[in-house]
Design a binder for this molecule. Structure first.
Ligand code: HEC
Length: 623
């Protein structure tokens, strides 16, 4: 053991032992025999395993994202230790666990050992199990020798490239070797297990107060087919997840949102007010009263499928892509020809994963005919058409604004997949809502500030990168979207006005790679010509960043999550553009028409790229 590992192990052991949350069954206590049914209709006793030297009891809640990540690992450990007389038993402590869910969990994770049903939470209470997954290791005398996490690779919202401490495997090995378990208690980190409702003073009821809040803040993601790992659409769903709901609402982890409330007002801010939070936590504390369902069912706000409404065109990647069970997948770059024979204006765009479990994110770029790569499109030079990642709302532009897909251009999908422990396939698509070219007043572009030469030295805890953009003409800022990878720590957008004043437009003090939010301004922000947008990012490449895949690495700009990125996206339009206003017509041609557009001309002169864009992108004819 190197000195650092020793210190860390000692620190982990000390914090675990002194942690009040780790009460419940204490180390060394003998577990009495118990009986429980399994999910296939069988019944088991602990004493059935009397000839086993070690018994591992794993509390799992089948819908918990961490249980899904750890399921295959438990299956593998069980197979590895099978010949050493080590038995594994799963206990699913959630009430109302649907049997099909257990079946599919077992199938997908490859678990061969029994799954016991703990419908009254009796076993969870006896062991003091609080989280999923949480493991309890018993020796041959059925004394408790280890309790806690499986290893330290995953925690909610946090993934290391691999585990640095394999607590469970180490404990099993120590017991088999007749040794003490070096770290007998660790704090489990997964989803809280469900507790049965207690009778209470029912001040708050599900139907009257709680359901409308969940509908407003949670159901967009927590409904079938969406990104949330379980539904929150009915009483039973909400009751099963009650403790976790209270926890994530209280600590602000859900709904995911990372903007500092001090700056800016955003149209898509999903946060709960303090009062709304209190309603939810009171409901949970006071025993999950159901109340009576309203007699008139309000119409469902969420139709299954597209969030932007029924698209005018749906384009899908041509072949399903196979995603392996494990490992790292290269970015998939896939060309789709929409066969548009005229310029198409789009007012809403939604990227819809075929299989949400594996699509980490997807960007869709525009590629000119015959070209071999994507380029910036439209007269404003739009970096990409759309992006989808956890937490990213679909693009829906204000009235009269649209992005252009020039005639003949292709869409280029860049897909990042993350394996989930079982082989999967995906066929992602994009839905477009067209705008009538005559109704479009302002063209919208996604601009990007980036740093292709990004180089972060090893171990540095607070590496700063700044990039700026000068507005060449009066513009409207519509939205901002910061993007970094696992070492990303904070990101800020500021504007410096020509008169010397400045203000913060968006501040993300605790950036989280897992959630890719786009922040849509409640009101488009007018920024004058000469205003400077300044993006500042900070990176933590030290060992203190739990998400850091390798603190010893010199980190370059790159696509994979162990590389880094500095991407400050922002959406803009020309402040005073009036595409529908009649200008020079017909024979003079569209190029000449644009010459009369002073702001456009200034842009081209300012950027020096005008003629390239001008030659490349045709614009719709003014009528
Ligand atoms: C933007 C989509 C989105 C919204 C809105 C959202 N969730 Fe989630 N939620 C998720 C995803 C995705 C996960 C899985 C996280 C993971 O895999 O680590 C999740 C996980 C959870 C979990 C499991 C614990 C955890 O942190 O992983 C709970 C509980 C939860 N959400 C409750 C809520 C509640 C309550 C609301 C509304 C107040 C809400 N969520 C709103 C997407 C969302």
């Amino acid at each position: 053991m190197n000195p650092l590992t020793m210190i860390m192990t000692a620190a982990i052991a000390a914090s675990a032992l002194s942690n009040p949350a780790a009460d419940g069954m204490s180390i060394g206590k003998t577990v009495g025999d118990f009986t429980a049914p399994d999910h296939k209709g069988g019944v088991h006793r602990l004493s059935d395993w009397h000839d086993q030297k070690v018994v591992v009891i794993a509390f799992l809640s089948m819908e918990c994202p961490l249980a899904k990540l750890y399921g295959p690992r438990l299956a593998r450990l069980a197979a590895e230790y099978n010949h050493h007389r080590v038995a594994f038993i799963a206990v699913t402590a959630n009430q109302q666990q649907l049997l099909e869910k257990i079946d599919s969990f077992v199938r997908e994770t490859g678990i061969q050992f029994p799954v016991l049903l703990d419908e009254t939470s009796r076993l969870a209470e006896e062991f003091g199990a609080r989280r999923s997954p949480e493991v309890f290791v018993l020796d041959q005398k059925r004394r408790l020798r280890y309790r806690g996490r499986i290893d330290d690779q995953y925690a909610p919202g946090q993934k290391r490239a691999s585990a640095t401490h394999c607590f469970l495997a180490d404990a099993i090995a120590a017991i088999l070797d007749g040794n003490e378990v070096a770290v007998p208690v660790t704090e489990p980190t997964g989803c809280l297990l469900h507790r049965l409702p207690r009778p209470g003073r029912h001040e708050v009821t599900y139907h009257r107060e709680v359901a409308p809040l969940l509908e407003k803040h949670c159901v967009a993601c927590h409904r079938p087919g969406e990104v949330g790992p379980f539904s929150l659409t009915g009483y039973q769903d909400a009751a099963n997840w009650a403790e976790m709901i209270a926890e994530v609402v209280e600590n602000g982890r859900m709904p995911p949102w990372h903007a500092n409330p001090k700056y800016g007002r955003f149209a898509n801010d999903p946060r709960l007010s303090a009062e709304e939070k209190r309603v939810i936590t009171t409901w949970v504390r006071e025993g999950l009263a159901e109340g009576t369902a309203p007699t008139l069912q309000s119409p469902a706000k969420f139709a299954p499928g597209w969030s932007i409404g029924q698209p005018d065109a749906v384009l899908r990647i041509p072949e399903p892509i196979a995603i392996p069970a494990q490992g790292v997948m290269e970015y998939q770059i896939i060309d789709v020809d929409p066969k548009f024979h005229e310029d198409k204006w789009v007012r809403a765009v939604e990227v819809r994963p075929g299989n949400r479990a594996v699509v980490h994110h997807c960007n869709v770029f525009l590629k000119p005919p015959g070209g071999d790569g994507a380029v910036e499109g439209g007269s404003l030079g739009s970096y990409c058409l759309a992006a989808m990642a956890p937490g990213t709302p679909p693009l829906a532009l204000p009235e009269g604004m649209a992005k252009v897909i020039p005639a003949g251009w292709h869409l280029q999908f860049v897909l990042h997949y993350t394996p989930v422990g079982s082989p999967q396939t995906d066929q992602t698509s994009i839905g477009l809502l067209f705008a009538d070219a005559q109704s479009v007043k302002q063209e919208v572009a996604t601009k990007l500030l980036y740093d292709p030469d990004l180089l972060i030295p090893p171990g540095v805890p607070d590496y700063q990168v700044v990039r700026t953009y000068e507005f060449p003409e009066d513009s409207l800022l519509l939205a901002m979207f910061p993007h970094m990878h696992l070492r990303g720590k904070s990101f800020r957008y500021e504007v410096y006005y020509p008169d010397g004043s400045n203000e913060v437009l968006l501040d993300v003090p605790n950036y989280d790679f897992k959630w890719q939010n786009r922040y849509e301004l409640a009101e488009p922000k007018r920024l004058p010509r000469g205003a400077i947008l300044r993006c500042t990012a900070h990176y933590d490449n030290s060992a203190d960043n739990p998400a850091n895949p390798d603190p010893s690495a010199q980190v370059h700009a790159g696509q994979q999550s162990w590389d880094e990125m500095f991407n400050g996206y922002f959406e803009i339009a020309r402040a005073d553009e009036g595409l529908t206003k009649p200008t020079a017509r017909g024979a003079l041609g569209e190029g000449i028409r644009l010459m009369f557009s002073v702001p456009a001309l200034l842009t081209w002169i300012a950027t020096g790229a005008g003629f390239l864009v001008f030659n490349r992108v045709r614009r719709p004819r003014a009528r």
